[in-house]
Design a binder for this molecule. Structure first.
Ligand code: ZN
Length: 91
């Protein structure tokens, strides 16, 4: 994860759920741009973008959001990206 981009967001963090194998699944929601990311606390599964309900988005969206610095405002385009849920069956 590009640390510089990550730190430009103003995250509030909450725990979505917990499993013995993977630890806490954490949601990071930015107060400024509204973008959400998720990761596990224990294992290094990387970071992925999520919608407001904590559902994983397509990796294209994850890659784009992780590569960008915080837009600072809520972007209209993000609403479209937030509908691009990752196909859970394909995982
Ligand atoms: Zn942000």
């Amino acid at each position: 994860m590009p640390e510089d981009q990550w730190t430009t967001h103003d995250f509030k963090v909450k725990m979505l759920d917990w499993s013995a194998a993977r630890g806490s699944r954490l949601a990071y929601m930015c107060r400024r741009c509204g973008r959400g990311f998720s990761r596990f606390s224990m294992l290094s599964h990387g970071v992925w973008a999520i919608d407001s309900e904590g559902r994983a988005l397509e990796s294209a969206v994850s890659n784009q959001w992780l590569a960008e610095v915080c837009p600072g405002v809520i972007r209209e385009n993000d609403d479209k990206d937030r509908k691009r849920l990752r196909d859970m069956a394909a995982q």
